[in-house]
Design a protein around this ligand. Structure first.
Ligand code: GRG
Length: 295
């Protein structure tokens, strides 16, 4: 096995190349929309969801070329969510991935359309006819991504988030919001990678448990970074949650208990993976990366 950093950079660059291919060129009409889509997707982001898709796929012996499609689809949904989240009607943020957010660089209407078009492009990628030899499995993958993104997944979590401003949520309510808002897509990323390979029920269940725990850990760490890191490091506005009077793991638990929770979730994520040995190594390394990241 290569080192984790080398593996990560390899996945990041192959994902970038695959996204580049899927996104319509900047000279293709309507040029401004395609330029804004490319602006929002390419050249930024940690690609955590693509990494999860590949690590989940490795657990199940999937071919990297197949996983690329799942990774691109999830990254497109993620990019759409960031573009819409930054708009004035939602979180109203001017900075994303270290540059002006899409509606600042272009305009509100374009940003709205960028999100819409990225969402449908994700399903175009995932439904391409020659992706898998098992069409029913591929249909299940489309269904999984749709559920993870929709009102019982990410969009629902966003609705709860918007409604929770100024409220005193308890930890259970906060967890419910994050399981939907960020956790659902993170879970889908790992499982979609696995579906590209050949997984038995036990491996899928271990991966499901891993993805749920690491999805929550991702959010706890995000809350910690929002209080501890600076805007330049994050590439987005730091301290935004406190400024917006939003409940976070840090406001509910305090910094030290939030850090302990991230460690506990990390350990829980790995609990069922030991039996898979080297096949699960990337998942193990990725859990460490997600919980120890600085941005
Ligand atoms: C608009 C339907 C709709 C949903 C938006 C996920 C989301 C819901 C909004 C993002 C707001 C936010 C900052 C959430 C915290 C966790 C998170 C998703 C951070 C951004 O993800 P990273 O760190 O971003 O993976 P990069 O840029 O690395 O891809």
């Amino acid at each position: 096995m290569t080192d984790f950093t080398g593996w990560m950079q390899g996945i990041q660059s192959r994902t970038e190349a695959a996204l580049e291919q899927w996104l319509p060129g900047p000279q293709i009409a309507p040029e401004r929309l395609h330029q804004a889509m490319r602006y929002s997707v390419l050249g930024g982001g940690k690609r955590v969801r693509a990494l999860l898709a590949h690590a989940g796929g490795e657990l199940c012996g999937a071919q990297p070329e197949k996983i690329d499609a799942a990774a691109c689809a999830v990254e497109m949904i993620h990019a759409y969510s960031l573009v819409h989240d930054d708009m004035p009607c939602m979180d109203d943020d001017d900075l994303r991935r270290g540059k002006p957010s899409c509606h600042k660089q272009f305009d509100d209407a374009t940003a709205l359309l960028v999100g819409d078009a990225l969402q449908t492009l994700a399903f175009e990628v995932l439904s391409q006819p020659d992706l898998l030899a098992q069409p029913l499995r591929q249909l299940a993958m489309c269904q999984l991504l749709a559920q993870a993104s929709g009102s019982r997944g990410m969009a629902g979590g966003q609705a709860i988030d918007l409604a929770s401003v100024g409220l005193d949520l308890n930890q259970t309510e906060l967890e419910f919001m994050h399981i939907h808002k960020t956790g659902a897509l993170i879970r889908a990323a790992a499982l979609l990678g696995a579906y590209c390979g050949d997984c038995d029920e036990q491996a899928l269940s271990a991966l499901d448990h891993y993805a749920k725990s690491i999805g929550l850990a991702f959010q706890v760490v995000d809350d910690i970074l929002d209080t501890e890191a600076d805007t330049a490091t994050l590439g987005k506005t730091a301290g935004k949650d406190a400024a917006n009077n939003k409940p976070t793991y840090v406001t509910i638990l305090g910094l030290e208990r939030a850090k302990q929770l991230a460690r506990d979730l990390h350990d829980s994520a790995l609990a069922q993976l030991q039996v898979y040995g080297p096949r699960a190594e990337r998942l193990v390394q990725l859990a460490g990366f997600i919980t120890q990241r600085q941005f």
